[in-house]
Design a protein around this ligand. Structure first.
Ligand SMILES: [Zn+2]
Length: 273
């Protein structure tokens, strides 16, 4: 499933194609949404925002299109009348004069008015977005000390979108690796130095992934690993997907575990406790 950085890049691509432009026609593949086609066709797209792992496309008529891609949903941007050849089923088409944006296969699609956006159960519960500049390490530290979160093991807590929005499975492994912490640790048991490392890593790793298109390893190390012939699935991360490979810092073999129902990778030496 795409995580915050991937969703944000999709939002950027859609905003570039749509923002400020009139949607000449909006079409929906799901019958329950067809009544909105008339409301949205002719409206100007104001913005496309990433909210955690969801996307919000706002129109100047007051409606917003909420989409959550889960595993299969996929957006394409193409020239008018030139949709991709795909066996997927079309769910949404936003057609401007210059570009079309087409969403395939996603099932979580809603059209919301302003009140419904504020009250939306998923959006209302979302924690601070790690790609939002307002989500500083200091804010993450305070949130981790909040009694709602402080007693929970990091392995589960980091996946909870209510704690921090945008973290999924590969980011969880990488944040813990760069923080040097084990997944069973709880915020309330961390000393100030450990909590500072966690907060910095959460922000840095997520931002790096967004800027590079999915690389979480430090760039100099990733480049060296790539030159040494490692395939992308290995060089792009420090620990994730690298079970049995030597840690690039200390040479210890990376281990794979199941934590909170998902796979997690760690270096027992770089993450001693
Ligand atoms: Zn190591």
């Amino acid at each position: 499933m795409p995580e915050g950085p991937e969703i944000r890049r999709v939002a950027d691509r859609l905003a570039q194609a749509l923002a400020g432009r009139r949607a000449e026609r909006v079409r929906f593949g799901l019958p329950r949404l067809r009544s909105y086609e008339r409301e949205l066709s002719g409206a100007v797209v104001e913005s496309v925002e990433a909210r955690g792992k969801a996307l919000l496309t706002r129109f100047d008529c007051g409606f917003a299109l909420y989409t959550h891609n889960q595993l299969y949903g996929r957006w394409y941007v193409c020239a008018p009348q030139r949709p991709p050849s795909t066996g997927r089923s079309l769910r949404v088409a936003i057609e401007t004069e210059a570009r079309w944006a087409l969403l395939y296969s996603a099932s979580e699609i809603e059209v919301l008015d302003a009140t419904a956006v504020d009250a939306h159960p998923f959006l209302a519960r979302l924690g601070p977005d790690l790609l939002d500049p307002a989500t500083t390490p200091a804010r993450i530290r305070r949130r981790a000390r909040d009694p709602r979160f402080a007693g929970r093991a990091l392995g589960g807590l980091l996946l909870d979108q209510e704690f921090l929005a945008g973290v999924g499975n590969y980011l969880r492994t990488e944040i813990l690796f760069f923080a040097g912490l084990r997944p069973e640790r709880r915020p309330r048991d961390l000393d100030d130095e450990e909590l500072a490392r966690l907060s910095r890593a959460a922000r840095t790793v997520t931002l790096r992934s967004y800027r590079t298109g999915g690389t979480t390893e430090e760039l100099a190390r990733a480049r060296r690993a790539r030159s040494a012939g490692e395939p992308r699935r290995l060089w792009r991360h420090a620990a994730f997907n690298r079970a049995g490979q030597p840690c690039r810092r200390c040479g210890t073999r990376i281990r794979k575990r199941e934590v909170a129902g998902r796979r997690l990778y760690l270096c027992t030496r770089c993450q001693p406790r």
